[in-house]
Each structure stands twice: as structure tokens, then as C-alpha cells.
Design a protein around this ligand. Structure first.
Ligand SMILES: NC(=O)c1ccc[n+]([C@@H]2O[C@H](COP(=O)([O-])OP(=O)(O)OC[C@H]3O[C@@H](n4cnc5c(N)ncnc54)[C@H](OP(=O)(O)O)[C@@H]3O)[C@@H](O)[C@H]2O)c1
Length: 244
């Protein structure tokens, strides 16, 4: 079994990779930096690609080359986890930089859809293939200051719904909100001003109350779901609703 995981070098993505490797799944990780570049341990079974997913031209060039089909090979189950994501730019509409907005949408929405399209194209021929989009509660609940992120994650949810309607052979897809996970992204939320993000104090209170999931716990639940029989029964779901 082989898996492509974006945003693999830290946070939830690093924990997803560790769970997959522990189950004997070979992983191709895609981020702007290698694990070792940020002090992480290299692991047998992990290959890494350094790529800025906000750079659509660079992603298209990589997808036009042989790396993806070469990694996937031509048989055996294949997985794609679109996990990389960023919250910035945070702030009310009209206040954020347009260039930052374009980069965020490229990384959060364009890249997952391009990867999904290429992955499905590269995995024909009767093999089992599964796509997990790491979504967010923000896809389903609007948050002030997060319009770019909310819209980007809602696009992933609806992409999963529509691809499920394609009913392609051996393809399952789900867009799953992972809950509130103790990663750099949460630290970034707490570092915002209340002007940028009026609900900041709610996230500070969640951390104070110990309500953030460790990345290893959330990742274990997501990998159990991804590899299990129930995966994709609902194209859009939340980690809190996954089967036990
Ligand atoms: N943490 C939460 O509470 C929470 C809640 C809901 C949803 N999520 C979602 O969960 C996923 C993982 O988030 P996290 O909390 O683990 O965030 P994180 O700690 O900030 O990690 C983000 C990951 O994405 C990669 N990444 C970011 N921009 C990239 C780019 N332009 N190109 C390639 N890789 C890029 C980062 O690596 P580099 O910086 O090296 O590129 C890193 O590996 C995201 O999709 C996020 O939206 C998180």
C-alpha cells in the first residue's frame, strides 16, 4: 500500500505519516521543507518531495513529470491525503493582502484538487484508491476573519461530494474535519489579535482547558478511518462522528 501525504513534515501531517509507516504503508510526503530541515526524524519508508503547493506552476510541472506514477506503481491500494493547509491571511474582508489570498487559495484548494485529479488518473486499472481531504469545522461554520480559510475548506467538502457522485470504480473519497488539534496552526490562532480574529479568546480558553487533541490521537483516528471499511460512506464528516 502506498500513500501520498501533503504537509507531512510537522503537525497533523507528521503524525499521519508515522501512523501510516507503522502500518507498513510507504509514504511520499510533500511539503516546502523536509522533516530533517525542521528537526524531525527521517523514517524508513518515507520519501520526500520539496514543493510549495501555493506555487501552482511548480505543482503542474511536478505533476507533468514521472514522479507521481513512479511512486504509485501500477498495482496495490493507493491513498492520497490532502493535509497541507494554512490559515493566513486572517482578517476581515477588504483588509487582507490579495497576493496572500491568492497563495492561500492555491495551497488550500487548487493544489488538493490538482493532486486528486492526477492521483485518480494515475490509479486506474482496478486498484483500490482512497482520497482523504483534511477539512475543518470552518468549512461548515463561518468564522469572522477566516473567510479565505472557510471558503477554501468548504470547496474541499463539496469537491468530495461531487467526486463521490462520479462513482468511479474502486475510488472512495471523504473530507473530514479533524477537530481542534494541538499543532502550530493552533499556536498561530492564539497569536492573532482580536481585531484580526474576534474569536481568538475562545481558542485560548480551549487550550487552557486542555481541550486540544494531540496530533498523534487525531491522526490515529483518521488513519483507522481511512483504512477501514466505512471510509467514504459519508463524503463529508467530522472526526467526532467517525465509527469507533
Ligand atoms: N490544528 C487544528 O486544530 C486544525 C483544525 C482543523 C483543520 N486543520 C487542518 O489540518 C491540516 C494540518 O494542519 P496542522 O494543524 O497540522 O497545521 P501546521 O502545523 O501549520 O502544518 C501545516 C503543514 O502544511 C505544510 N504546508 C503549509 N503550506 C504549504 C505549502 N504552501 N506547500 C506545501 N506544504 C505546505 C507545512 O509544511 P511547510 O511549512 O514546511 O511547507 C506543514 O507540514 C490543515 O489542512 C489544517 O487546515 C487543523
Amino acid at each position: 500500500m502506498k500513500a501520498i501525504v501533503t504537509g507531512h513534515n510537522r503537525g497533523l501531517g507528521a503524525a499521519l505519516v508515522d501512523h501510516l509507516l507503522a502500518r507498513g504503508v510507504a509514504v511520499l510526503g510533500i511539503s516546502r521543507r523536509r522533516r530533517a530541515d525542521i528537526g524531525g526524524a527521517m523514517r524508513p519508508g518515507l520519501q520526500e518531495v520539496v514543493l510549495d503547493l501555493a506555487d501552482t506552476g511548480a505543482l503542474l510541472a511536478w505533476l507533468a513529470g514521472p514522479a507521481l506514477p513512479e511512486f504509485l506503481g501500477d498495482d496495490g491500494p493507493a491513498l492520497l491525503i490532502n493535509n497541507a493547509g494554512l490559515l493566513q491571511p486572517i482578517g476581515p474582508a477588504g483588509s487582507v493582502d490579495n497576493a496572500a489570498l491568492a497563495l492561500a487559495l492555491s495551497a488550500n484548494t487548487v493544489a488538493p484538487l490538482l493532486l486528486a485529479n492526477a492521483f485518480v488518473g494515475a490509479t486506474t486499472g482496478g486498484r483500490e484508491r482512497r482520497i482523504l481531504h483534511v477539512s475543518s469545522g470552518a468549512a461548515r461554520q463561518p468564522y469572522p476573519g477566516w473567510s479565505a480559510y472557510c471558503a477554501a475548506k468548504a470547496a474541499l467538502d463539496h469537491h468530495a461530494r461531487a467526486v463521490a457522485q462520479d462513482a468511479l470504480p474502486m475510488l472512495r473519497i471523504a473530507s473530514v474535519a479533524p477537530g481542534v488539534v494541538d499543532t502550530g496552526m493552533q499556536a498561530e490562532i492564539r497569536a492573532c489579535s482580536s481585531t484580526q480574529f474576534p474569536l481568538r479568546d475562545r481558542f485560548v480558553a480551549m487550550q487552557d482547558a486542555g481541550q486540544l487533541s494531540p496530533p498523534e490521537t487525531a491522526a490515529g483516528q483518521l488513519v483507522d478511518y481511512l483504512l477501514g471499511d466505512a471510509f467514504g460512506a459519508e463524503p463529508v464528516t467530522d472526526i467526532r462522528n467517525l465509527p469507533a
